[in-house]
Design a protein around this ligand. Structure first.
Ligand SMILES: Nc1ncnc2c1ncn2[C@@H]1O[C@H](COP(=O)(O)OP(=O)(O)OP(=O)(O)O)[C@@H](O)[C@H]1O
Length: 916
């Protein structure tokens, strides 16, 4: 026997868990494939790593032995004694050097015609500010000739101010300015035409060219700044570049204080590429002004010689690249995000197929649903990521091995929770699996690509504002990317991330952001679910202690329009039903099975059409033990009515009480005593009939042997037991078998009210009869509302019937009452030859003076004979007499059928509606 009390939270959770586990067992290979994805990606990374290692090795082998062939350009060989290189000033290309323009009309700037000369004759400009002193200082900046002592070349080079237009390298083991083979420049106050000198430096043969150095005085640092700003090609409308080599602000310098501000050209420092910023050309500009000041103070014989720049010695470079650390952020962002579409489509599938609502209708509350669904997705996600980390570690990926495992666990755990909460949130917006799948995969691949090609660049640009980074990390895809990026950075450094690194890295902020978002997403998702799926009031949380209305509220006095009153005047039975309902409401009969009180449904108008009134104020009382049949033509509003009663739709106004519980306020409680067979079968294709019934049986609080017994009885009652049919997947069932299973589901657990929406559609006559017997047995302690188009079914099953047309009941009563009220006549048919038609009319008028001819066609005539004036024996006698006078080919006398009543009522109602 079923436990009469509703299933507890634990029982519902257990039912859903077992159903999900059974479902997963059937989809085990889908899960295995899912978990194999990260393993497969790890193997790809490993394969790329091996290929790269092999390539590096062959490059190293080609470089040969370091002793015989030391590679000074920073290759794999150690450099214990880095070379001493002459310090050089970065000077602009001649076509970019500063010239006089409309936007910089300084008279002392060279004319732009210097740019046109072959090889360029524009001077290299240096700007200065100061209290007249720079005039004196500027004279000391450049040497006036190029002079070297070839026997001691390098130190004597320091006497000259050398410059290059070639950008520096990241390190200074070799200067590209010297190694390029292009000329280097000696910057002098004045150059003779074509002054060039050969220069031989170790293995480097190059040429030194004279270039004029122009020191220009400006009033203040603001002027300098303005000139530099406008000199950028984006700083002026003409797009002309006017570069200077260096600028010095000496406004605060006097003979006792050397206070200088130096501008250097940041274009050459290359901060956007990976690796250290190039600043090796800056020291020379510092030396230039320092030396000039010293000479200014002490005279030309005193100088500061900046002889060499020298890089720190370096050990042999191990030429290997950790591919997992390099590609990790992108690859693993994709791997982790791949779970998002999986969870999302699963949630939306349940919504699209209405499986969630059918579970709810059979008593599954929101709490157990959320708990089990969440726990299930979390388990799958944790297993998935754990297999990634374990497998990656086993095959030796430093990305996983070096970073502390507990940090990895915390990071992935928080993100996976956030991802599940977001999936719940996003699933509330979408209702189609196809749409959500496309959107989810765009998010997966888009996040990875944007993270790699945009967000990572921003992270690596030191000047990018930190607040912007944090703002971008609010997008969960980027916070995931940031965390994975930090793991890759620490792994590629060889140390791995430790707990003490959390605050120094971006990991700390990412963990905070993700935790807050997880919490918020969960609350918002739950709120949306409660308001949209469970139909709660948007401010339901403001009144948590509100008691459910197990005592029905008094009916509200409804204003009825004149049209409705006039219709109801002609429908005594319908008016009586309304009065009965109002009386029951006033008496407060809490235990009544079903009581509909002025229930209305209006669909909003669409595409310019007016709103559609699908149910117009329905009053109905269905006590326990009664099967009420709702008949009506297509579009009458039957499904809208059932949908309101089962919580699929909210009534537009009015309400209904089920076992005393208001469907507008306590639908969740109503579900525990309700069974539903929807118009379309809502089944899991891979679960068997038995597994469906076990799940719903558990929801109805069946346990142990009682559950097994109930399921078997249920299978037998709908003929799905024999031959092991009940143990075959529902996806393999015929339409009729699915229908029978749906009915069995609706009846399991002896619910107090059952809604059957066209239950026998698609069944063969034998199965249908079988199903009717099941419903007959079930209705003993249950109130059943059944919609059907079959009059035979309605007559067989229903204790009372209502004919529903255009959203309103036209009549209500048992089939006999309806037939006598709306039929009230016999149908007499006779076929003779045409010349005897009048004889037949005379015959009919003798047995029934008020008979009405319905039609005549080629000798066949049909009459309606009022029952109150007809005696059947008299009709037989009259026919026998007629047969002796003329030939009667065929004749018949029939009582009115329910079908006749239905057609009559529907036709007259529609005629009335179209007239009014
Ligand atoms: N979502 C909707 N939006 C607008 N109108 C609707 C909507 N659903 C139903 N209707 C309209 O409401 C009326 C009642 O429809 P309903 O499906 O309840 O009728 P029914 O009696 O169940 O029909 P059937 O027997 O064909 O299932 C119809 O005119 C229908 O077009």
């Amino acid at each position: 026997m079923a436990d009469p009390s509703p299933a507890s939270f634990g029982t519902q959770a257990n039912a859903l868990l077992r159903k999900n586990l059974t479902y997963q067992r059937k989809h085990i290979w889908t899960n295995v494939r899912l978990i194999l994805v990260p393993l497969f990606l790890c193997l790809i990374l490993l394969a790329i790593q091996h290929v790269m290692d092999a390539l590096m090795k062959s490059v190293s082998d080609m470089a040969g032995d370091c002793k015989s062939n030391p590679n000074l350009s920073g290759g794999k060989c150690p450099i214990p004694n880095p070379p001493m290189l002459p310090p050089m000033l970065q000077i602009p290309q001649h076509e970019l050097r500063s010239v006089k323009t409309d936007f910089l009309p300084y008279k002392d700037l060279p004319d732009k015609s210097c740019r046109g000369t072959m090889g360029g004759s524009c001077p290299v400009t240096i700007l200065m500010t100061g209290d007249k002193q720079p005039l004196a200082l500027s004279a000391n900046i450049f040497s006036t000739s190029f002079a070297v002592n070839s026997s001691d070349l390098l130190p004597t080079l320091a006497n000259n101010v050398l410059g290059t237009t070639i950008a520096a390298d990241k390190n200074n083991y070799a200067d590209p300015g010297l190694a390029s083979g292009l000329p280097i420049y000696s910057i002098q106050p004045l150059c003779n035409a074509n002054s060039t000198w050969p220069l031989s430096l170790e293995k480097i043969q190059t040429e030194v060219k004279c270039v004029q150095g122009l020191c220009l005085w400006r009033n203040n640092s603001a002027d300098v700044n303005n000139e530099l700003f406008k000199g950028s090609y984006r700083g002026n409308p003409a797009g002309i570049t006017n570069e200077i080599a260096a600028a010095y602000d000496l406004m605060s310098t006097d003979k006792r204080n050397f206070n200088v501000t130096i501008w250097y050209n940041s274009t050459y420092k290359d901060e956007f590429s990976i690796g250290p910023v190039k600043l090796v050309r800056v020291p020379r500009s510092i030396n230039l002004i320092s030396n000039a000041y010293l000479k200014f103070l002490k005279g030309p014989g005193i100088r500061i010689l900046f002889e060499f720049v020298k890089e720190v010695p370096k050990h042999a470079t191990i030429l290997n690249t950790d591919i997992a650390s390099l590609l990790g952020p992108l690859f693993f962002t994709w791997v982790v995000l791949l779970l998002f579409p999986v969870i999302l489509t699963s949630l939306v599938y349940e919504k699209q197929e209405r499986l969630r609502i059918i579970m709810k209708m059979h008593g599954l509350s929101d709490g157990p649903y959320w708990l089990i669904s969440y726990a299930y997705f979390l388990t799958i996600s944790v297993l998935y990521v754990a297999s990634l980390v374990i497998f990656g570690s086993v095959i030796g990926l430093k990305y996983f091995r070096l970073n502390t495992y507990s940090i990895q666990f915390v990071f992935y755990f928080i993100y996976l929770n956030l991802q599940i909460a977001l999936s719940f949130l996003v699933s509330s917006i979408f209702s189609k699996v196809k749409t959500v799948t496309v959107v989810a995969y765009i998010i997966v691949y888009g996040s990875g690509l944007l993270g790699s090609f945009l967000f990572q660049k921003m992270l690596e640009t030191q000047s990018f504002p930190e607040e912007w980074i944090v703002a971008l990390e609010l997008y969960p895809g980027f916070s995931l990317y940031r965390g994975l990026y930090e793991f890759s950075q620490y792994a590629s450094r060889g140390s791995g991330m430790k707990w003490q690194d959390i605050s120094d890295s971006g990991m700390g902020e990412v963990l905070c952001i993700m935790s807050i978002e997880w919490f918020l997403a969960l609350i918002i998702a739950f709120y949306i679910d409660q308001v949209f799926s469970s139909g709660k009031h948007p401010f339901f949380f403001l009144n948590p202690s509100k008691k459910s209305s197990s005592i029905p509220s008094k009916p509200t006095v409804q204003r009825m329009d004149s049209k409705k009153v006039s219709i109801d005047m002609g429908k005594i039975d319908v008016s009586q039903e309304r009065e009965k309902v109002q009386q029951l409401r006033n008496e407060g009969s809490a235990g009544h099975a079903i009581l509909c009180d002025n229930l209305k449904k209006v669909y909003p108008g669409r595409d310019g059409n007016p709103p559609k009134m699908a149910v117009r104020g329905l009053y109905l009382d269905v006590p326990s033990g009664e099967c009420f049949g709702m008949l009506g033509p297509n579009g009458a509003g039957k499904t809208s009515f059932i949908s309101m009663m089962t919580g699929l739709l909210k009534p537009s106004s009015g309400t209904a009480l089920v076992q005393g519980l208001d469907i507008c306020k306590d639908m969740n409680k109503v579900y525990t005593s309700m069974g539903v067979c929807p118009q379309h079968d809502l089944l899991w294709e891979t679960l068997t009939g038995r597994e469906h019934l076990l799940f719903y049986g558990r929801l109805k609080n069946f346990k142990g042997s009682a559950l097994t017994h109930a399921v078997e009885e249920s299978l037998k009652s709908v003929s799905l037991f024999d031959g092991g049919v009940g143990d075959k997947p529902a996806g393999n069932y015929s339409g009729g078998m699915k229908r029978r299973l749906s009915v069995a589901i609706s009846l399991i657990g002896n619910p107090k009210v059952v809604y059957l929406d066209e239950p026998s559609t698609g069944l063969d006559p034998a199965s249908r009869k079988n199903l009717w017997d099941v419903i007959q047995r079930a209705k003993q302690n249950t109130a059943i509302i059944l919609t059907t188009h079959s009059m035979e079914e309605a007559e067989f099953l229903c204790d009372r019937l209502g004919i529903f047309v255009d959203g309103a009941l036209q009549c209500i009563g048992n089939s006999k009452e309806l037939k006598s009220r709306y039929g009230g006549s016999y149908v007499f048919t006779m076929t003779t030859s045409s010349e005897h038609e009048e004889d037949v009319e005379r015959l009919v008028s003798t047995v029934s003076p008020n008979a009405k001819k319905v039609y005549h066609l080629a000798g066949t005539q049909k009459f309606e004979l009022p029952k109150n004036e007809v005696r059947i024996a008299e009709v037989f006698r009259a026919v026998e007499k007629a047969k002796s006078n003329f030939t009667v080919f065929a004749w018949g006398l029939a009582d009115t059928t329910l079908e006749d009543v239905f057609i009559k009522v529907a036709k007259s109602a529609q005629a009335f509606i179209s007239l009014s």
